[in-house]
Design a protein around this ligand. Structure first.
Ligand code: ATP
Ligand code: MG
Length: 415
């Protein structure tokens, strides 16, 4: 155990207070994984905890949580709580402290998150969590219907947990969601956070399957892109299956999710989910430009320029994953062809942007071009160079432009 954690236990012992590691950390240790962070629970009151340590941050004193800082890490310590009623489906109306740890674990969401560990490493289980860990089962503590009504985010949390931890969803827990998949009142940021974690996990197709079968995904899509949901209900799983063939990067996996949508639906979904501008642009770009069976290297270069060369490897990984999932030889060929073109571009440093073009705006103004004609001519020149990279020389390009503007046709030497 970390040194800081030993110190924490010592301090609480000295003050004759109980302290347990609780929740995700105990669960992960029992699953043989290193916990990402440690949460603690105690019968000491927040003010007491605050007074025993030199460095603390107030995480949510009203909710009983004090952050103790040791070795540059924050350890969150929450006073045993029982919760009173929830009126809004998300936040408890009031917080009541208790000195009974059993009440504290009973208010937690799932049995695998309701386990306690003391300083000797003994595990205390008042909710049946150990058996569910053994059987790989995510199950609500108490009556699922009631627990989901208290806090509708739990519907997303349990599927995320099942996907992340490679677990099953208990039958009653699952049907409680399907009977009422509504998540009104839960902020879109919270839902997006859970969806993102599902998209990025190993068992992403399993997560997608649960989201679809419980109709939780339908509830979300129906609010944003109802036509898409109606049209593609039977194909929703495809996107999640494709994700399994992609690197664990949000922009890529999100692009797979968007593949079957119309462009306008993609825009609406990305906007409503409030993804960052960067994620929006990348995900949209990847699926918008994905190959059908094009062997046209100019079109591919245009796509690359729009997506940005710095994202080229991701774009290629996206096409490869899609081709692998799809199995259609023509898609596979196109993806491979694009790989070859990209390697050639990189090896020869073929010009991809206006910045790399041997002609700039000033060269054109010097020759009498004005206004719109400048931009248009530069873009024409760039396309020319996409096709014939060796033509990227100022005099050659300008001469070509002159001839083009005067209606003559031309091929570079040797063609
Ligand atoms: P991870 O940190 O890997 O996301 P975690 O289980 O630690 O997993 P947290 O969100 O840090 O997740 O929550 C800590 C603990 O608080 C949970 O294990 C659970 O016991 C409890 N908890 C969290 N969210 C809820 C909720 N919405 N309803 C009830 N209990 C919750
Ligand atoms: Mg945690």
């Amino acid at each position: 155990m970390e040194k800081a954690i030993e110190t924490l236990f010592q301090v609480f012992r000295k003050h004759h207070k109980q302290l347990f590691i609780v929740g995700g950390a105990v669960r992960d240790m029992l699953l043989g994984k290193a916990p990402s962070d440690y949460d603690f629970t105690t019968d000491a009151l927040p003010d007491e905890v605050e007074s025993w340590f030199e460095h603390t941050v107030t995480v949510g004193k009203h909710f009983g949580t004090i952050g103790v800082i040791m070795d540059k890490k924050v350890y969150e310590i929450t006073t045993f709580r029982k919760e009173a009623s929830y009126a809004d489906g998300r936040h408890p109306d009031e917080v009541l402290f208790t000195d009974d740890v059993r009440e504290d674990v009973s208010r937690r969401d799932f049995t695998i998150n309701g386990l306690l560990m003391d300083e000797r490493g003994c595990v205390f289980d008042y909710v049946g969590g150990l058996e569910d860990i053994r059987n790989g089962m995510v199950r609500c503590i108490g009556d699922p219907k009631k627990r989901f009504e208290e806090d509708r985010l739990r519907k997303w949390r349990c599927i995320r947990l099942a996907a992340e931890k490679r677990m099953e969803l208990d039958e009653r827990t699952r049907s409680a969601i399907r009977d009422n998949p509504d998540t009104a009142g839960v902020s879109i940021e919270r839902i997006r956070g859970e969806l993102t974690r599902i998209m990025l996990c190993e068992k992403v197709a399993w997560g997608g399957y649960l989201l679809i079968k419980t109709e939780l995904l339908g509830d979300l899509l129906n609010r944003m892109v109802p036509e898409y949901w109606k049209r593609c209900e039977d194909y929703l799983i495809d996107g999640f299956e494709i994700m399994g063939y992609l690197p664990k990067k949000l922009s890529l996996r999100l692009a797979a999710f968007l593949l079957n949508m119309f462009p306008e639906e993609r825009r609406v979904f990305l906007r409503e989910m409030r993804y960052s501008n960067k994620e929006k642009q990348l995900a949209y770009g990847f699926c918008h430009h994905v190959v059908a069976d094009s062997q046209d290297s100019v079109a591919f270069k245009e796509a690359l320029a729009d997506i940005g060369m710095e994202n080229a490897e991701d774009f290629l990984a996206f096409q490869d994953g899609l081709a692998y999932w799809d199995g259609d030889p023509s898609i596979k060929r196109a993806a491979e062809q694009n790989q070859r073109v990209y390697r050639r571009i990189a090896a020869n440093r073929e010009p991809m942007t206006l910045r790399e073009l041997a002609v700039n705006g000033k060269d054109l103004t010097d020759r009498g071009y004005q206004g719109e004609a400048i931009k248009e001519s530069l873009i024409r020149l760039l396309k020319r160079v996409y096709e014939y990279p060796e033509e990227n020389k100022k005099d050659r390009l300008l001469a070509w432009l002159e001839r083009e503007t005067h209606g003559e046709t031309d091929l570079p030497e040797g063609n």
